[in-house]
Design a protein. Sequence first.
Length: 255
Amino acid sequence: MLKTIQRFIVLSLLDLSLGSAFAYESNTTFMTHSVEGKVYINTLGELRGKKDGGRRAFNIELVREMMILMEHPVKFEIVPFKRGKVALKEPNMALFNITRTEAREHLYKWVGPLQVDNVYFYQSTNNRPYIQSFSQARFVDRICVMRGTTQYENLNSQGFTNLFEINNWATCLRMVASGRMDLVPVSDSLLDAMMREAGVSLDDIQRTSVLVQINTGYIAFSQDHTDAVIHKWQMALDELKASGRYEELINTYMY
């Protein structure tokens, strides 16, 4: 009983701390991207994630709950990913989901991770030979990647010269399934949603054993945000994880 009372007091103090600390700086514009088909507008005019909508829907709902904890206006702007990165050069901006990499580390201030994700190469079920290594992947004709993503940055930095940039992952999946492309790097959490969007199934594509990278998704804030404010946003995320609400959101929106 004593432990329950103590936890209630701690959570109550945390809620007060989060709200009061951020009340003076509630004008951050939160941008998100690549959510087509994963979200909807409810009767109140709010952007919400669709149940079982995958990572994009989950991230909308997770950041929304962080905003509520922080007493921040619940409002999102949908932008192309590359435009969102450019907009982060302006003050009072934030963008999610974005992978935290060494090259990006100094450009923004970070809150997360929102989720951790494995990325594997996928190929057509009709393709032979079966790709089993990075070395083999270097010699296929075409690897389809979404323009401006960490998959492109990673493979390009490793000297891959067979990358073919496309504007969305669904197109890549269709092209791999039809044999027009040889490989596509796809994250585990996006696979089901992307296959539905592309109109393909595991009868058409198969995961190879080649792990391309491990993505850690974050919210990137523009550099003008103070470290104290970033800390409060991190506390909001950490509280959702500690309370069990994070797992509830995963079960509702990711699967």
